[in-house]
Design a protein around this ligand. Structure first.
Ligand SMILES: Cc1cc2nc3c(=O)[nH]c(=O)nc-3n(C[C@H](O)[C@H](O)[C@H](O)COP(=O)(O)OP(=O)(O)OC[C@H]3O[C@@H](n4cnc5c(N)ncnc54)[C@H](O)[C@@H]3O)c2cc1C
Length: 557
């Protein structure tokens, strides 16, 4: 094992591997301890195009493409209350399949090899029993070696990537997600009998019914193996008369969509089961430690963001560590940024998943006679399903978002096309906007007027803030910025800096206008209505707030 590692990564799934790869590429001494001696089968087989691109960035693209995984050209939904079925199709990328469904044992083994090739010290058969609190700037773990010895290993930072089986929930306060995502999953592998006609399906099939939801993923290119899973309420799994296999077979048999796909196949091996409830740790990083992947949070087995988020968050943790190993003075700002990004993703996916199941549970079945979703419209149908918005409202919100993004593109930002990644950015924006509206109405109850006391919004501050690395960058960047209590960061333009300088603890609006004009005479803020419109905009983003002077300095909620 390498001498004096700078980072110990506990767990060699996608999250731990992504983190170790990025650290090794940044020339840091990183050791990855994986409990198993060889990669084992695992749920998490269906990869979205965004997940697949993230996988390819870890290296080993040729090995991944040649592994015999089943290309995934889209996802077909058969959902209660929807014209059914409809397909979200993924375009080819450089003449290559856009995504795959992969048997995890092989997939994780290729990724572990990529981590070694990148320069990480990958140690198999090492079980991390405990991550100890840091002392004098050094964190440590208690681990059991492949020979059964108990060993204490130390490093400045430890990344907990032990997945849902890791004992994170005892060490970190853990909050379970909403009751509607309190699920259990049952799944099995179905092998095609020799001589049976192959399944030419190249899309995943997702079925949503009030009593349970199901997945069907063809797993290998030869179409000989498929993963079929059932997501049920966690209470149903406790049914004493049930037994997992009986419950599973009954759910599979109740789906007419599955019958043609499973004819000529046999269930191979036991039916597997696990809890699949949403939940998140209350803190994602602290002095000497980071949580990544499922060790930080889990949302849902069906929406399949798990591997993608594990890789993205593992890579982000590495960017934070590469920053911190150089500049400890920015510790608080870096840890806070990490915590906010992870938490925001958790909250977004909780909302998306809740909408998905809500739609399945509240409708009796496919609507007879409803117009079919045109083939090109699958993406829109999908966005409507998971955003919880009816089509007309979705179209309006999407239009608003795209015109904003186009305005950004005109000012030199990236050009946009509504693909999978942009679709999820839109949903993040949509949900965050709702939060901002709620935050504003909880704090501001009067109209902006000259005698209002204007002040920085609760939790808003100007300072030196960490920003996510620009595409391709390995470390965080820092710049003067104004931040709101939700963690949004805005570059501190001269106007914003001048405003925060004159706001102080709060002053009447008329006085702020006057002081601001003195401090920033060239900003065009001489016009009161333009200045007030700008203040309203800042209030929409939880940067400033006001109360009527007679209400004193405390806002009425
Ligand atoms: C039923 C179900 C279906 C799912 N389907 C999908 C899907 O189709 N697509 C998708 O993207 N996601 C899916 N997910 C989610 C996905 O499986 C996870 O989000 C993803 O695997 C998380 O990666 P990870 O690296 O955080 O954890 P894991 O993949 O769980 O990896 C953790 C690693 O840590 C190791 N480890 C555990 N304990 C220790 C220890 N004490 N010491 C050292 N090592 C340890 C484990 O052996 C493992 O290799 C599904 C999840 C469930 C529950």
């Amino acid at each position: 094992m390498i001498h004096e590692p700078e980072v110990i990564v506990a767990g060699g799934g996608p999250a731990g591997i992504a983190c170790a790869v990025a650290l090794a590429r940044g020339d840091r001494r990183v050791v990855l301890l994986e409990a198993e001696l060889a990669a084992r089968d695992h749920v998490g087989e269906s990869l979205s195009p965004t997940a697949w691109q993230a996988v390819l960035r870890l290296g080993a693209a040729a090995a991944m493409r040649g592994a015999g995984f089943c290309p995934k050209l889209g996802a077909t939904f058969s959902w209660s209350g929807q014209a059914s079925p409809w397909t979200v199709s993924y375009p080819m990328v450089d003449d290559q399949p856009p995504a795959y469904q992969a048997r995890r044992a092989k997939f994780d083994a290729i990724l572990l090899t990529a981590a070694s090739a990148a320069g990480a010290d990958v140690q198999l058969g090492w079980r991390v029993e405990q991550i100890l609190p840091p002392s004098s700037g050094t964190a440590s773990v208690l681990a059991t070696s492949p020979y059964g010895e108990s060993v204490r290993l130390a490093a400045p930072w430890v990344v907990d990537a032990r997945g849902r089986s890791g004992p994170n929930q005892s060490r970190h306060a853990y909050r379970t997600g909403p009751a509607e995502l309190d699920h259990a999953a049952l799944w099995g592998f179905w092998r095609r009998r020799t001589g049976s006609p192959p399944d030419s399906r190249r899309t995943s099939l997702l079925i949503g019914r009030p009593e349970h939801c199901l997945w069907y993923y063809p797993l290998d290119e030869m179409a000989s193996l498929a993963s079929v899973g059932v997501v049920i309420s966690a209470q149903a799994d406790d049914d004493p008369v049930g037994g997992a296999e009986k419950l599973y077979r009954a759910a599979v048999a109740s789906c007419p969509e599955l019958m043609p796909l499973l004819s000529g196949t046999v269930l191979e091996g036991p039916v597997r089961s696990c809890a699949a409830n949403a939940g998140a740790c209350e803190q994602m990083a602290g002095d000497g430690w980071f949580l990544v992947g499922d060790a930080a949070f889990f949302v849902d087995p069906l929406l399949t963001p798990g591997v993608q988020l594990a890789i993205e968050h593992g890579t982000l943790a590495a960017a934070c560590l590469l920053t911190l190993l150089n500049r400890r003075e920015d510790r608080a700002s870096v840890l806070e940024l990490y915590d906010q990004v992870i938490r925001r993703d958790y909250e977004t996916y909780v909302r998306l998943s809740s909408n998905l199941y809500h739609a399945a549970r509240t409708s009796a079945g496919p609507v007879p006679g409803q117009a079919q979703v045109p083939p090109a419209d699958g993406q829109f149908a999908f966005l409507s399903l998971i955003s919880g918005l009816p089509r007309s409202e979705l179209a309006a919100r999407l239009g608003e978002y795209m015109s904003l993004r186009n305005a950004v593109a005109e000012r030199g930002g990236a050009a946009v096309a509504l693909g999978e990644k942009e679709g999820f950015s839109f949903l993040r924006w949509l949900f965050h906007k709702d939060r901002l509206i709620a935050e504003r109405s909880a704090r501001i109850v009067s109209r902006l007027a000259d005698d209002c006391v204007l002040r920085p919004a609760v939790g808003a501050a100007i300072g030196h803030e960490a920003f996510l690395p620009a595409d391709g960058g390995q470390v965080l960047t820092f710049q003067p910025a104004v931040r709101n209590r939700l963690g949004d960061r805005f570059a501190a333009t001269p106007e914003l800096a001048a405003l925060f300088a004159v706001l102080g603890e709060g002053r009447p609006l008329a006085e702020i206008r006057r002081l601001f004009r003195q401090k920033a005479p060239d900003t065009g803020a001489g016009c009161s209505s333009a200045f007030d419109a700008w203040i309203e905009l800042l209030a929409d983003h939880a940067l400033v707030e006001w109360a009527l002077a007679r209400e004193g300095d405390v806002c009425v909620a």
